[in-house]
Design a protein around this ligand. Structure first.
Ligand SMILES: [Zn+2]
Length: 412
């Protein structure tokens, strides 16, 4: 496991009083409504916002349970997880990402980073998969250049930086001024979310009693539509997954990958996401020795129907034999799987549109129909980062040797 949460959404603001904490708490509730089963946690770096005030189940927090010291997320109201008390320890970006990793939260984290110029917020911004910045009314996009620079320094692509005009302080802001902001932001490659965060006099009256300002999807509130739409957009981003190039850069920056990983393609050719969580196969072509990782679940979809699916449950490797025949639009591949009574083989007709194309291309550098005789060894799956462990490299060397010996006669 890399330990990193599945998706990190950081909320920050360019000035105080723009509603960052209210947004964080409410977006948690709205996201929960849209995705009931999605693990969702709330963390605050703003000393003035204690998530426990919104989300604690009173029965859990009785007895002076100082959960902040244990730094683990607690289950709370609305089925959300939260870290009780604001996190006030100062950490640099790499330390903060490692700290997030140690929380070992396999879900979406919403982090209220408070004002963007604090040291803590800057570290959080560099851990964000998606950054939502509240800015006053038609705030000058120039104010944002520092935030954007910090976000980029964390390896992120600015299409994941979204601006939210907040009218909590600036109710006089004109439509023209907001249009001006959208235009200026667009020219700088930043997204502005549709809608503005408005002050809502009736919030306290219609909000849930828990924290006093959580709107449980109250349709009569003017904030409802914004929160609902924003939550939907955030959910789309979560479902598309984190930017793998950014995640990879951070793993190298934080020295979380072993050196030999430099020789391995770490993005699964079938889904394009980083293949460092869940069950992962190490794949290697012979004689080229090009190496890559592939998710076991992605491979499973590819080999369904070959009759050899069960190899993934064994501790035996499978071998893909390339460079045989091309049959019209398709190339013929053979998949060899070792069993207790020798090798079983299946013939696969793979066309350019199939998932075999990106797999074979990454493993050999050539398309399905350009193949020379090549073996692609698919080693038994390992959990997450174990696939890059030195001990597994030694075992693979033995398996590789065995495969060469055992398949020599069949392939001759
Ligand atoms: Zn995959």
């Amino acid at each position: 496991m890399t330990g990193a949460p599945s998706f990190v959404i950081v909320l920050t603001a360019t000035a105080p009083g723009l509603g960052c904490s209210t947004l964080t708490a409410n977006l948690g509730v709205y996201l929960r409504a849209l995705a009931e089963d999605m693990p969702l946690g709330v963390i605050s770096l703003d000393a003035a916002f204690d998530p426990a005030g919104f989300f604690s189940l009173t029965s859990i927090t009785q007895g002076g349970d100082s959960v902040a010291e244990t730094e683990s997320l607690h289950w709370g109201q609305f089925g959300l997880h939260y870290l009780a008390q604001a996190v006030t320890a100062e950490r640099d970006a790499a330390q903060f990402r490692r700290w997030l990793g140690r929380l070992n939260y396999d879900g979406v984290l919403l982090i209220d980073a408070g004002q963007a110029d604090s040291h803590r917020a800057q570290a959080a911004i560099q851990a964000a998969d998606l950054l939502l910045v509240a800015l006053p009314g038609a705030g000058n996009p120039r104010q944002l250049m520092g935030v954007r620079q910090t976000f980029r320094a964390g390896g992120a692509n600015e299409k994941f930086l979204w601006l939210l005009p907040s009218l909590l302080q600036d109710v006089q802001c004109s439509v023209e001024a907001l249009n001006g902001l959208r235009f200026a932001a667009g020219e700088r490659g930043l997204q502005v979310v549709p809608g503005e965060f408005l002050s809502e006099a009736a919030v306290a009256a219609i909000a849930a009693q828990v924290g006093g300002s959580i709107l449980t999807r109250a349709r009569e509130s003017c904030a409802h539509e914004l929160l609902f739409n924003l939550a939907r957009q955030l959910l789309d981003a979560v479902q598309a997954g984190p930017d793998p190039a950014c995640r990879l850069q951070r793993l190298w920056q934080d020295a979380l990958l072993p050196r030999p990983a430099r020789r391995v393609a770490l993005r699964c050719p079938l889904c394009d996401q980083l293949a460092l969580t869940g069950a992962v196969h190490y794949v290697e072509s012979l004689p080229q020795r090009r190496r890559l990782l592939i998710h076991a679940c992605c491979l499973k979809l590819l080999i369904v129907g070959t009759g050899l699916e069960s190899f993934q449950q064994t501790h035996q490797p499978a071998v893909l034999e390339l460079g045989r025949d091309t049959l019209g639009e398709a190339a013929e591949l053979k998949l060899w799987v070792k069993t207790c009574v020798g090798y079983e083989v299946a013939t696969i007709e793979a066309d350019d549109e199939s998932g075999w194309q990106p797999l074979v291309k990454l493993a050999t550098g050539k398309t399905l129909r350009e193949q020379f005789p090549t073996l692609v060894v698919i080693y038994p799956a390992k959990e997450g980062m174990q696939v890059l462990a030195a001990s597994w490299a030694a075992e693979r060397a033995k398996l590789r040797h065995q495969i060469r010996m055992e398949l020599a006669a069949d392939l001759a």
